[in-house]
Every structure is written in C-alpha cells, then in structure tokens.
Design a protein around this ligand. Structure first.
Ligand SMILES: [Fe+2]
Ligand SMILES: [Fe+2]
Length: 433
C-alpha cells in the first residue's frame, strides 16, 4: 500500500502559508496551500489528502466549520486546527464537532509542528491500512463462505453418489449371496437324492466340524468354509456306483478302492468351479489325508494338511464309527489312530465337542445302522441298504422289514460265503451316558 504524503494548509494569511511551506520544504511531504476555504475544497477535490491543517480565524468561515465539512466529505483525512493561545473554546469545538485530531497553537514550535504532522500522516496511513485489511478480510470471508457452500454442495452430491453406489453394491452382494445359498441348497439336494445316508452323514460332519472350528478359535470366515466343506465333503461320491457307495470300505476290491479314492478330487472339481467356494473345494480335496502322510490324494503330512481338512477328517471318522458303535467306543477307536491319521490337539477338541453335544447329536430314540452277519438277523429288523448279489442284482430292497422267508433267501443266496457277508439293518441306538 502506497503512503499518502499530501498535506494541505489553509490560512487567510499568505505569510503564514509561506513560512509553513518553507518549514516543510525538506520533509518528505507534498505540501499544498490554500488561502481560503473555497480554494481548500478545490484542492481537496483533486486528490486524496492525508492531513488538512486549517487556521481557526478566517474571514468567511471558521476553521472548525471548514474542518466539519472536510470530515463530511473526506472522513479519513486527518484534521488539525491551528489557533491562537486564547482560543480554547475554538479548540474544544474543533475537537468535538469537526473530529480534529489535535490542535497547534500559534506561534508554533517548528519541531513540534513537523512532528505533529508526521504523526497525523501516519495515523491516516494506519486508518487506511486498517480499512484495507478489513475490506480484504471481509472479501476473503465472503469467498471462503462461497467456497464452503460449494464444497458442501459437492460433498452432498458425492455423498448421495456414494450412498447410491453402496446400495448397488449391497444389492449385488445380496444377489450373489442368494445365488451361493441357492447353489449350496442344490448341492445338498443332489447329495440327498443320490443317498440319504451320505446326506445325513454330511449334515452331522458339518455340525461337528464347525463346532470344532469354533473351539479352535478360527475366524468367522474359516468356520463357515469348514461348515460348508463338511456339508459337501463327499459330493464327489455321487458319481460312484451303488456297489462302491454302499459297501463298507474294508469290503471293496482294489479296483473299487481306487475308484472310491477319486471322490475327494472329484468333489474339488465340482465345487472348485464356483469362485466363492474355492477355499471350500481345497478342504474337500484333502479330507482323506492322514497326519502321517499315508492318506490320499496328495499324501500330505502334518500341518501341511489344511486345518479345516484335518477337522473334517476327524469329524467324518467319528460320524462313521458312531453309526455302529457307542460314543465311547468310537472315541477309543479314533484314539488308536491319533498320531497316525489324526493330530492329538484336534482329537482333544473333538472330545470336547462330542461331550458338549452328545445329547443333541445322539438321542436315545435314534435308529442306528448295524452291519450284522446273516446268522444274527431276526424277523422284524428293517433293511437299511439294498442287499445286492455278487452279480449286481438287488435281492432285498432298502426299508424292507425282514421276515423268516427273507432270512432264508439270504442264507441260500450267500450260502458259499455267508460268514463273510454283513447285512445292513436299522437298530435302535443303545442309550449311553
Ligand atoms: Fe469322504
Ligand atoms: Fe465322509
């Protein structure tokens, strides 16, 4: 900001004006003089002035009246009244009515008057600067307000946009979830249609596995993957023939065993097609691996077997044993395989889960399946699996209630190897504690 150096002296005595001009000759001011109020106003109208000094006693108008008018027209210009000693009333008026900054008495002290004018000019400069800064702040505030309003508007628009996109993403996710849930239900249905036994087995394996996963403090996502893998772990069996599906593992020929062993990889192949179920498909692949590396399909060992697969393997074995054995006996049989097929820590987790849920898992009213030699069959037993001859013919269908005639038919059909054959029937599960 430029400093205004214009000062105006108004006095009807030309000599005084001359001496003032002389006095300020060496100072850094643009000095103007006027010998009447009229001339003074003319000069003031041509430029901006920092200071106006007016004599009090002039013929047409008093200094106070002149400065009052100056105040009205140029409020920022600093006003000083020049007066004689005796004129104290004029000084008071000038200060009160014309807002004079100060008064200077005649005759003046040169140093004092120069100093006073300098201070007055500085005051003018400060007032102007202050005004300028105020204006600037006001302008900046207005701009800030405008920006903040615009920002608010954009944020609002953006928020609406984000909310809209969130909604769309949620909709898509919901849709995907529904598809996944429906697919899962279809797979379960498929297993159920192929074999109600495998379906029931899978459901129990899923329950025991997910409970074990929870006990092992796995993440929510892992627990869910393990539950789903439990439900679908034997889905690869749907392509196996009835003979392989319904015979006990120990009764299968080498060729049949080899076919049986394809079910984990076939299961992975089916489930792995769905991107969301990729993790699940890995668990399915490895649910027949053994802890010592003697399992299939990849002969993985120890911790190299995914923990979910190790859990399902234990739950699977327990579920199979407990169909024909009481709980304690099933656990004992599994204990014998700890270190070989299973790891000890997970066995202990299984023990806890079974102990906590045995009443839920096995009510005393449950029917259990038993494989009995022909000589132990009794009329009234219900056949739990189709009885198939060595040539593949169904001799007695599942769910048939045995009569003496049926038992006789079986004895005759398997006359040669009756002692090796077991017939699957339903028995009521013994109440255990
Ligand atoms: Fe299996
Ligand atoms: Fe299984």
């Amino acid at each position: 900001m430029n400093i205004n150096k214009n000062i105006l002296f108004v006095d009807d005595e030309v000599n005084i004006l001359k001496s003032l001009k002389r006095l300020f000759m060496d100072e850094d001011f643009n000095v103007y003089t006027a010998s009447s109020a009229k001339e003074g106003f003319e000069i003031l109208s041509e430029d901006e002035f920092a200071v106006v000094v007016s004599d009090q006693r002039m013929p047409e108008i008093t200094g106070t009246e002149f400065l009052m008018k100056v105040r009205e027209l140029y409020p920022d210009t600093v006003r000083i009244i020049l007066t004689g000693y005796a004129d104290i009333n004029a000084v008071i008026n000038a200060i009160n009515e014309a807002g004079a900054y100060r008064y200077i008495t005649k005759p003046w002290n040169d140093i004092e008057i120069v100093q006073s004018i300098k201070e007055a000019a500085y005051r003018y400069h400060l007032t102007k600067e202050n005004k300028y800064l105020n204006e600037l702040t006001k302008k900046q505030n207005e701009e800030l307000q405008k920006w903040s309003k615009e920002l608010e508007y954009y944020v609002q628009i953006h928020t609406i946009d984000i909310a809209k996109r969130d909604k769309e993403i949620k909709k898509l996710k919901d849709k995907l979830n529904t598809i996944s849930t429906n697919l899962l239900a279809s797979f379960e249905k498929l297993i159920f249609l192929r074999s109600t036994n495998i379906a029931a087995h899978s459901e129990r394996v899923a329950f025991i596995s997910s409970e074990m996963a929870k006990k092992n403090s796995l993440s929510e996502e892992d627990i869910e993957s393990i539950r789903v893998a439990g439900l679908l772990h034997d889905i690869g069996k749907i392509g196996l023939s009835d003979i392989i599906l319904f015979k006990d593992l120990e009764e299968l020929s080498t060729e049949e065993k080899n076919q049986y062993k394809t079910h984990p990889t076939n299961g992975q192949l089916i489930i792995g097609q769905i991107e969301d179920l990729n993790k699940v498909s890995i668990l399915i692949r490895h649910h027949h691996e053994n802890f010592d590396g003697s399992g299939f399909p990849d002969k993985l060992k120890g911790d190299a077997i995914p923990i979910g697969a190790r859990i399902i393997s234990l739950a699977d074995r327990f579920e199979r044993y407990s169909r024909y054995n009481e709980i304690d006996d099933s656990m004992k049989k599994i204990w014998l395989s700890v270190g070989k097929d299973f790891d000890k820590e997970l066995f202990q987790v299984l023990e806890k889960v079974i102990f906590e849920h045995k009443h839920h898992l096995f009510s005393s009213e449950d029917l259990i399946e038993a494989a009995l030699p022909i000589k132990d069959l009794m009329p009234g037993f219900v056949i739990s699996r189709d009885v198939i001859s060595s040539s593949g013919l169904i001799i007695i269908k599942k769910d048939t209630t045995l009569t003496e005639k049926h038992i006789e038919l079986l004895s005759n059909s398997f006359y040669d190897d009756a002692s090796k054959i077991s017939i699957h029937v339903y028995k009521k599960r013994a109440k255990w504690q």
